[in-house]
Design a protein around this ligand. Sequence first.
Ligand code: WTA
Length: 666
Amino acid sequence: MPENETTAPSLENLLHETRAFPPSPAFAAQANAQASLYEEAKADRLGFWADQARELVTWSTPFTQTLDWSGAPVAKWFADGKLNAAYNAVDRHVEAGLGDRVAIHFEGEPGDTRTVTYADLQREVSRAANALTALGVTQGDRVVIYLPMLVESVVAMLACARIGAPHSVVFGGFSADALRSRIADAEAKLVITADGGYRRGAPSALKPAVDEAVGPKDGEPASTVEHVLVVRRTGQDVAWTEGRDVWWHDALEHADTFHEPVAVDAEHPLFILYTSGTTGKPKGILHTTGGYLTQAAYTHKNVFDLKAESDVYWCTADIGWVTGHTYVVYGPLANGATQVIYEGTPDTPHRGRWWELVEKYQVSILYTAPTAIRTCMKWGEDIPAGFDLSSLRVLGSVGEPINPEAWMWYRRVIGGDTAPIVDTWWQTETGGIMISPLPGVTATKPGSAQVALPGIVADVVDDEAHSVPDGGGGYLVLSEPWPSMLRGIWGDLQRFKDTYWSRFEGLYFAGDGAKKDEDGDIWLLGRVDDVMNVSGHRLSTTEIESALVSHDVVAEAAVVGANDETTGQAVVAFVILRGEHADRASTPEGAEEVQAELRNHVAKEIGPIAKPRRILVVPELPKTRSGKIMRRLLRDVAENRTVGDATTLADSSVMDLISAGLAKPS
Ligand code: WTA
């Protein structure tokens, strides 16, 4: 393992987990995916994917080639086919006579609701597509979307897809600076935002961040953005730039409800989604249309056992993350599902809000993150017990390893001891689920994502890229191209190659540590690089370090992800103050003030989600002779453990210095 490995040691005990839960015969009998799916895919992997693409996606020009890997590692799937993702998500269901089916049950945080059928969605998306066109957006232009969870957010994404303009959704919790750098990198022509959204019982503004992000700043010119389209959600006052800003409702009111979707090449960019990497600069992960949509629909149908005519599906992810792209927008809608979208936080106005929604809408499939499950555990099981959750028949988990205890609680308290749990491993880069049980086939094990889906080839390898035997541990790799794989990093092909394809020859390196148990099932152990996972959100240690160092008082900073019972990991920062400021932290009040200042600074630079939980002022940082910070040792400190082997440090007394400083009452 490399020096900076972050594999959570507490997860070692996962391998002693021996419980297994086979599907009930009744569930197995009705399941979409049967064991034969593995055989089929194994017999002819490319043929299998071609079948999925023909069966689950409607093509305006059918493809004749399945995979072109000649430009590896940039794949082309179904390259000579043409299609439109919005047509697949909306129109074809209306054409099939399903226009009256509910696509979205929207629930606002204050309790306002809206029911949107597929026919409604078709009209709205068409109007929005016409409005975008009227504002000068054409095929290939990039549109940044910075919105809360609203019906309009889904409509905005689909309107972009409809005209062939790649969208780049930026999570509403990111700051103006983070938004600015993403707009600049994507060279976006238009931004879609809202006055604000409701969070924790109050309106929370979004438009001011956009105003700050698109205008000129500190000698930098104004951005490439020509128009800002603003959804009115909260009715908050907004600053208005005439000629640039346009109300969404005005633009749509004047737009026609008919719009002909543009047929794009299978490899036409569908979206760019920025995610944290191991360096400070976020990576614009590029996804294209045909392969992405195929895998989104295939995984959504088989992993969640979706029965579109009877299920009510709810994925709690925000559209700002990849889970919201694939499992709120493209997967469920391509499959004609009925789903719930909820704007707010799980504890507003009370801690039973989610379970109230499950009862109200008779949700049958729930897809959420371990951090949410652990939070509910903390709140106590009497809260969900107060609601009728008997409609739930499949439960999903995503975003980080789920500890067996949380898995068992999820199954017993939420799933009534019967609903199968699918622990789904994937990434922004993979576009869709890669490793997961199939709910009617796999005997599930608490804490393990277990098996690569039919059509996917995954392995665990050692430092020399050799497949480890059952019982062994190493790095997770993907050994064959898959349809929804990223097609690169926006504007930086070399970085794409270096990041994912240079560690092991010919293999995609995911950045995760993993083990195989005695049955050959895969257990994910967390990141092995400088990426942290806080409440299922990906954050880069380097990015937060850069933010800290950009503050006047900080000379140097090191950030680690420390294990946290609820959020998985928590951001802990070690900072060295600049000489002239060092005194400020010598009193408890002074230290508190500096810490608060730095926390706010990180919130401003990146967003509130990146705020360090703890900031420790230290005199030195532990470094190797080559100058690399040994985060492993800092993690020991952050997790209150005895500091491990420090012999490779350039100066081995540094850890004593740090520990002594922290032991002192500050
Ligand atoms: C982690 C989220 C264990 C992993 C879809 C991965 C998981 C990173 C799981 C990607 C899981 C996601 N078990 N770890 N079921 N799902 N991860 O890009 O470290 O936000 O590399 O995509 O989350 O995070 P991202």
